[in-house]
Design a protein around this ligand. Structure first.
Ligand SMILES: [Zn+2]
Length: 280
């Protein structure tokens, strides 16, 4: 439920003020199985997608399937991750970001993407000064309806973030069959959390200051939401187990969020598919 600001590999030091919207997805001329020049890169990507051993967040994991929707959206590819068309779009993105344009989903390329995504979060930008951003004015927070809360117990958010969330939920229910049919999907299981409550939890459960649980959480701002995307069998919706995160990344609700949440001002925390922050 918490989110890290930095990891062993990279510290976020500079703010980025431009919030990019979704990139239109582009299909190469001749289809996704072209160009031939990208066949070797495509084979490499197909293998690493499920089998690469790496630690993009400082914790060992396998493959990059969990991040594939975000990557595909970011590079604007209408092609699957194992295709030459995807490799071509990735090569274009690499060159635009001053990386070797080989079309291979390397750890170096993922790191550039990861930093880009983290820097879009206003909370991370605020944190860049090295001081935990101030918590929300509790008197100004607004409670959700019961039906908007996963547990049925209303959660609190800043009014503007709640309005944006409501517009987003309505659009998702309209545009995604699964979300329209299951009224539990995209309900909120955590919104504003008082820093003192987080501290108490740190003392009680331990593990704070790690990837799994931040000591300074974005939830203090009243603009962060944890959204129910469902969960892998026998998992909770906030389980950071890799199989759960991978499961969630494949859901229609998450894929819709990746493509559309930016329209409503929400930006993702890629390690936790359920955690989104309203950027205004
Ligand atoms: Zn969260």
């Amino acid at each position: 439920m918490a989110e890290a600001i930095s990891t062993a590999t990279t510290r976020i030091t500079a703010p980025l003020t431009i919030l990019a919207g979704p990139t239109p997805l582009v299909m190469p001329t001749g289809g996704c199985e072209r160009p031939n020049a990208m066949r070797i890169a495509a084979a490499d990507n197909e293998a690493s997608l499920t089998d690469r051993d790496w630690s993009p967040w400082g914790r060992p994991e396998k493959g990059w399937e969990t991040y594939e929707p975000l990557i595909t959206q970011e590079i604007g590819s209408a092609c699957g991750p194992e295709s030459p068309g995807f490799a071509e779009a990735l090569a274009r993105w690499q060159v635009a970001h001053k990386l070797p344009g080989d079309g291979v989903m390397s750890a170096q390329t993922f790191e550039a993407l990861r930093v880009l995504w983290l820097r879009r979060r206003p909370f991370v930008q605020a944190f860049s000064a090295g001081v935990c951003p101030p918590d929300a004015d509790e008197a100004a927070l607004v409670a959700t309806d019961k039906a908007e809360a996963y547990s049925g117990k209303p959660v609190q958010l800043q009014a503007a973030a709640l309005s944006a969330y409501r517009a987003m939920l309505a659009a998702a229910r309209e545009e995604v069959f699964e979300v329209g049919a299951n009224r539990q999907l995209l309900t909120i299981f955590s919104g504003y959390r008082a820093p003192s409550d987080d501290e108490a939890r740190c003392d009680r459960d331990g593990g704070c200051g790690t990837l799994i649980r931040a000591r300074c959480s974005a939830h203090r701002t009243g603009t962060a939401v944890d959204l129910n995307l469902g969960a892998a069998p026998a998992s909770r919706p906030d389980s950071t187990e890799d199989f759960n995160r991978r499961f969630q990344s494949r859901t229609p609700a998450y894929r819709w969020m990746v493509a559309n949440a930016g329209r409503f001002g929400f930006t993702p925390y890629p390690f936790e598919p359920w955690h989104w922050e309203w950027a205004g």
